[in-house]
Design a protein around this ligand. Structure first.
Ligand SMILES: [Zn+2]
Length: 178
């Protein structure tokens, strides 16, 4: 297990609190955008429900597409508010996702020009829906999200695959280009 303690610090908590507010209609906002605060299990259960209804392969496609679309939208917000792009944007997304409950990405290698990334995700919320384990990976939302981030910085040919997944019994969830 990587040392991810530094993300769970008082400073991180303060940054999150400072970025959160309530708008004039009483809705939570983060960096000026409305957000939904939900238990981490929600996304595991969502993936699980999709798998129960349409089979695991349909669930994987559905969640990958959802992650992709959300990342495209998220990238717009990051570009607009923080004025960052390229590798900086992808690294920012990967590192701050954990603070918002999506699991902690530890990037091992990234080369945006070549369209390459290898990152390990700890505490993925998507594996929580499959406590009995799976034959295949479960974090397709995250794979789609990283792919969406690459698309948002102009690299639309990048295909991200989850090569290791805690749902399959691996020690970590790993995303990389194949
Ligand atoms: Zn996984």
């Amino acid at each position: 297990m990587a040392d991810v303690k530094h993300w769970d610090s008082e400073e991180t908590l303060k940054q999150m609190k400072d970025a959160m507010a309530i708008d004039d209609e009483g809705m939570f906002t983060l960096m000026g955008r409305r957000i939904v605060v939900t238990p981490q299990k929600t996304f595991g259960l969502m993936m699980r429900s999709a798998a129960d209804l349409g089979g695991i392969n349909a669930a994987k496609i559905f969640m990958r597409q959802a992650g992709y679309e959300i990342a495209i939208d998220m990238a717009k917000i990051i570009k607009e508010l923080l004025k960052i792009d390229g590798e900086e944007l992808i690294v920012f997304y990967c590192e701050t996702a954990g603070k918002r409950g999506w699991g902690f990405n530890v990037i091992e290698e990234i080369d945006v020009e070549k369209g390459f990334i290898r990152t390990n995700l700890y505490f993925s919320p998507f594996v929580t829906g499959f406590p009995e384990g799976l034959e295949v990976s479960a974090c397709d939302f995250q794979a789609g999200a990283i792919e969406g981030m690459f698309n948002a910085v102009g690299k639309n040919k990048v295909h991200i695959v989850e090569t290791k997944c805690v749902a399959k019994g691996d020690d970590v969830c790993r995303f990389e280009n194949k």
